[in-house]
Design a binder for this molecule. Structure first.
Ligand code: SAH
Ligand code: SF4
Ligand code: F3S
Length: 443
């Protein structure tokens, strides 16, 4: 009998990548992917713990799944529920008490054990919790197939040793681990066989990469990028997320000399106030961040910069917040993501006494997002009438519509009667919104 697996991913791209790996590792066990949760025999929620809202979503989803589960039980059909990802890691056993219908709880560094765990669930008929940190073994045991797109995510570095005071990642993903160079090259080459032209290198601190080469010597992120560039079929290389502290000269220079490295850098600053940056343990100040941006622009003057912001961090005054808004007005960000500070259990910032009231956080977020949205729209408007190289990723919702990505990572919509999926085409931009561009193909 064919079995079906449904996976829902929350949170960052690394979870999307992990979900692809879970599909791959369950295939030899006879599980085929489905996007209908009711049709599945195995449901995996690949969860995110970064903000309270993200982790609470999981419990409402479990409530919904329980109803389906009960129905399947009365029909004597198998319907297993696995909680994977960062909530699984952070809450572990405690999830079982809040949601007894869960069959297994598996952390991000042990999900390669899923086939074995499933066999044990069936044998033992009790919830299994697996939250060990096995990053190096995990990458050895995983399977890397699931790619029929023109662009592929490749996790090259995992975990984090930076311990920003607001952040759960060092606790949920464990300490920093860089995959060896040859493993990454093998995976990328494998994807080119199914038409992949772009790789997006992923890591919580991707530019802190320091993996081993075959000679066992450690290599830099810049070295890895240049090795990947040698693969003929790879036309574009992207990476995220970068930390300002790891933005070294060799990587900055790659943006000048390596035409395959796309001119887009996601490098969050979080706040425009030095006092807040210090309390966040970010280990750089605003001036140092601005200097890195200047160097990137010097290397490639059309480079697009993007950032994340947190408003309402404990102790943030009106004046601190004003500094963030001023910084945004000074640096032209192509796109930015902004969040209201969310107090996370076990993090140092959650223990600070001067927490900011919800209403104040909400108001500040509204103000910042309005400035950022205007800035992004202005940035996109600059492209009207210009032509851009676009890698076509998929069909759009309308007839003959296709969606791709510009070199600056913007989504670009266009029409074509021919199948252009996977092609790199030139498009003349004729319309923009805050979040996307649209244009016509130039022959
Ligand atoms: N490693 C990346 C960020 C990873 S988390 C870096 O250091 O830049 C992605 C984003 O979520 C962060 O940049 C931050 O803006 C946001 N974030 C993380 N923890 C948060 C919290 N407790 N409350 C609100 N936003 C948070
Ligand atoms: Fe979290 Fe800071 Fe590490 Fe980014 S650098 S993942 S914000 S601890
Ligand atoms: Fe969320 Fe874990 Fe990613 S907390 S943002 S899924 S690393």
């Amino acid at each position: 009998m064919i079995k079906k697996i449904f996976i829902k991913s929350y949170g960052c791209q690394m979870n999307v990548y992990d979900s692809q790996r879970m599909f791959d590792i369950m295939k030899p066990e006879g599980y085929h992917p489905t996007n209908m949760i009711e049709d599945a025999n195995l449901v995996v929620l690949n969860t995110c713990h970064i903000r309270e809202k993200a982790s609470e979503k999981v419990y409402s989803e479990i409530g919904r799944i329980n109803k389906i589960k009960n129905k399947k039980k009365s029909l004597k059909k198998e319907y297993l529920l696995v909680i994977a990802g960062c909530v699984a890691q952070a809450e572990g056993e405690a999830m079982k008490i809040r949601a007894p219908s869960i069959d297994a709880i598996v952390g991000p560094q042990s999900f390669h054990k899923l086939p074995e765990i499933l066999k044990n669930i069936k044998k033992r008929n009790q919830t299994i919790v697996k939250t060990e940190f096995l990053a190096n073994k995990k990458f050895d045991e995983l399977i890397y197939n699931n790619n029929s797109n023109s662009s592929a995510f490749v996790t090259i570095q995992e975990g984090c040793d930076k311990f920003c005071t607001f952040c759960v990642v060092p606790y949920t993903r464990g300490s920093e681990y860089s995959r060896p160079i040859n493993e990454i090259l093998k995976e990328v080459k494998n994807y080119t066989g199914s038409g992949v032209k772009e790789v997006v290198l992923l890591g919580q601190n991707v530019n802190a990469y320091h993996g081993n080469d075959i000679d066992k010597n450690e290599r830099s992120f810049s070295y890895l990028i240049n090795k990947i560039s040698e693969i003929e079929k790879i036309k574009r290389i992207r990476y995220m997320t970068s930390h300002p502290l790891d933005m070294h000269e060799d990587l900055i220079n790659d943006h000048k000399y390596n035409p395959k490295l796309m001119p887009f850098v996601h490098m969050p600053i979080q706040s425009g106030s030095d006092k807040i940056l210090k309390s966040m343990n970010r280990k750089y100040n605003v001036n140092e961040y601005v200097e890195i941006i200047d160097k990137l622009i010097n290397a490639r003057n059309d480079i697009a910069i993007s950032s994340d912001f947190i408003v309402g961090f404990p102790g943030e005054t009106d004046d601190d917040f004003k500094k963030t808004v001023e910084l945004v007005k000074k640096i032209e960000f192509a796109i930015s993501y902004s969040f209201s500070y969310s107090s996370r259990p076990g993090t140092p910032a959650s223990k600070l006494s001067n927490q900011i009231e919800r209403t104040v956080k909400k108001e500040r977020l509204k103000i910042l997002q309005s400035v950022l949205n205007k800035q992004q729209k202005k940035y996109n408007k600059n492209f009207i009438g210009k032509s851009l190289d676009v890698l076509i990723e998929k069909k759009g919702r309308h007839k003959n519509q296709y969606v791709g990505r510009s070199i600056y990572n913007q989504s670009v919509f266009m029409n074509s009667e021919n199948n252009i999926k996977g092609d790199i085409i030139k498009a003349r931009i004729d319309n923009v919104t805050t979040f996307a561009l649209s244009g016509n193909i130039i022959n």
